[in-house]
Design a protein around this ligand. Sequence first.
Ligand SMILES: Cc1ncc(COP(=O)(O)O)c(C=O)c1O
Length: 359
Amino acid sequence: MSRPLRAEIKISALQHNLQQARQAAPDSNVIAVIKANAYGHGMSLVAHALNNADAFAVASIEEAINLRESGIHQPIILLEGFFDADDLLLLQAYSLEPVIHSSQQIEMLEQASFTYAFDVWLKIDTGMHRLGFAPEQTKQVYARLKECDAVETIHVMTHFSSADDQESLSTPYQISLFKRTLEEAGITSTTSLANSAGILGFPDSHADWVRPGIMLYGACPFVDTDIESLSLQPAMNLVSELISVRDVMRGESVGYGGEWTCPETMSVGVVACGYGDGYPRHAPEGTPVLVNGQRVPLIGRVSMDMITVDLRGCDATVGDTVQLWGDQLPADEIAHHAGTIAYELFCNIAPRVPRIEIK
Ligand SMILES: Cc1ncc(COP(=O)(O)O)c(C=O)c1O
């Protein structure tokens, strides 16, 4: 029998969440963001589940090639573009669309000597200050791209720094700066601004293409909201089993460092899941774990392959089902306990955890 830990990926939840993005931005095309192995959910599985998305976005050429080779025909956008001139041959061979964010990339395109031309996504930095051209460079770089034989259509995009905070003034500022920049440069290309938080919180940002990521997986893009109020469904249940249940005597400690001491003789359960699987090592004592549908607290330190739970008041035995996060226990809540975000929990699920498609 295999180790019981698995990530169950619910196809219907992925499809429901894509539908929520479409409903929120009915006039926009949807680019499903499936980089980082579809936020840990399994890139090919997710891409095929979302086969009615209008396009997909990934971070690396390798991810894009895997996607093409798995039979995906929609446009594939490379969010970091390409890295050297040799990459252009791969872009051509696999029909990929790079984000263009640097003058080095434009120089490589200008020097490219092949006849095939691809669509590009010109990135303008409206305040994130990560990738992209300054607004005042827009007119000039756009004109240079227009002159490139290797460039077919130019889409223009930007990315929000603080859309997870609906009260922040940064997002309305970025939206208006983006629009003003294009107007002043006389550019009428198709555009893309919105990530999940933009889609659900800032209708002004919808434009021609939206780029949902986290909402597709059923976690919350806002700091102060929950998924129920956004009608999203968790796409991943991280589930395992109790592999040991035993009584530990009052005054004995549990786990590495002996940090947790039993206040009475009590039932302690061991779950097959640890930081080697992606469970956050910094999850503190008291982080909820669901045993047979009942919340019990984590006790002791998270080990590489196991965690320990307090089974007082819980009628549980070896082989009983445990949910670490999922439809009964929001990943956002576990992330909050561990001082991180659901994005990181999902991305950290280790390759050794099988992703099981639930139809
Ligand atoms: C450029 C870009 N667009 C869209 C997204 C999707 O963002 P989210 O997962 O917050 O929806 C990301 C994710 O990091 C991104 O880098």
